[in-house]
Design a protein around this ligand. Sequence first.
Ligand SMILES: NC(=O)c1ccc[n+]([C@@H]2O[C@H](COP(=O)([O-])OP(=O)(O)OC[C@H]3O[C@@H](n4cnc5c(N)ncnc54)[C@H](O)[C@@H]3O)[C@@H](O)[C@H]2O)c1
Length: 372
Amino acid sequence: MTTVKIVGAGSIGNHLSHACRQQGWAVTLCDRDPEALRRTREDIYPQRYGSWDDGIRLADPAAVVADPFDVVIVGTPPDSHVPIALAQLEAAAPRVLFIEKPLCPPDLDGCEDLQRSAREKGTFVGVGFNHTLTRNTALATDWLRDHPIGEIVTLRSMTREHWGGIFGAHPWLAGPGDSYLGFTARGGGAIGEHCHAINIWQHFALCLGLGRVREVSAMLDWVEEGGVRYDRIAQLSVRTETGLVGTIVQDVVTEPARKWLRVQGSDGFLEWEVNADAGHDAIRTKASRVGDVEETLIAKTRPDDFLGEIHHIGSLLEGNASIRGKDSPVSLERGLDTMLVVAAAIRSSEEGRSVTIDHARGPSLDALRSGL
Ligand SMILES: NC(=O)c1ccc[n+]([C@@H]2O[C@H](COP(=O)([O-])OP(=O)(O)OC[C@H]3O[C@@H](n4cnc5c(N)ncnc54)[C@H](O)[C@@H]3O)[C@@H](O)[C@H]2O)c1
């Protein structure tokens, strides 16, 4: 039986424990805070999924750090991701190590070590950009493959979501200052917390053969009060290696939320949307200049958001070579590319000029070059 250890019994730790249990996997869920384990067993899991699952083993992380597992998932705050991942690879390298988004804070500290250690240990390291593996994304990329819509003129994406929903799921937090969320430098703020928009933009650009992001020009709206420092709005203009120009917007102020992307071709377009209504994702398409817009609604629940990711891990364990390495939409390389855009956007906003990413330099701030 597949064995999984999930580090961090918070919101995502519960989602992913449930998704792994749906596959019949043996789950060990650990947290350094005993109160988080109690809350999981008595509150979060039963409230979300109906009842506690006795098949989930709750543990202190120190007690299981060297135990062998097929899969380890890191679902702790972003500033602990890379240190926990490096320690895990050293203590007992699993076959698959999955790290939640954002991979790390925008200083990218430890990312080169992580890449090296993953290579040395032969572990597949992935980053939890689950939207790349949901049904609406598969339908959208299949449609784009089958329907030429002329020259791809631009790509736009947004994850605009008031973070009241996050605090609703974390009633023990009084506000952004109580966690990493109120600190962009720790991986929070709109640019860190909602970096799904950057990642899905990159995913579609790669699927369309339009290359990686090379240039970023960004404006961030900063909040500094009561000890917090975070961006509540991040607006990015980006250009890829092939010259495609597009926009990405992330914020923690929009209500109701909008999680949306549009591929604009010279002859048609595709729109992709998460939570188009309470029970559906959607894609909207127009294959040519004439004709109607077609909408496809994809019924889904919140647990479905994570099933594609867990199936993907299952395929990796089965040795599916075609999705290993860089070909996986949740590869470490993809997660690092997203972090480089996050870091470039912050620098661009602070310096008031565009920033170029030199991908040959590897995943560190040395890859960023400020423009004139
Ligand atoms: N993909 C998604 O849709 C999605 C959804 C929610 C959260 N996330 C991501 O998951 C991560 C965690 O978010 P969350 O909302 O679950 O946070 P959370 O605060 O609810 O839970 C984090 C837990 O990690 C524990 N923890 C912290 N440091 C630890 C350590 N060193 N060892 C063991 N446990 C430790 C904390 O005690 C806490 O219980 C973030 O990076 C977030 O962006 C992703």
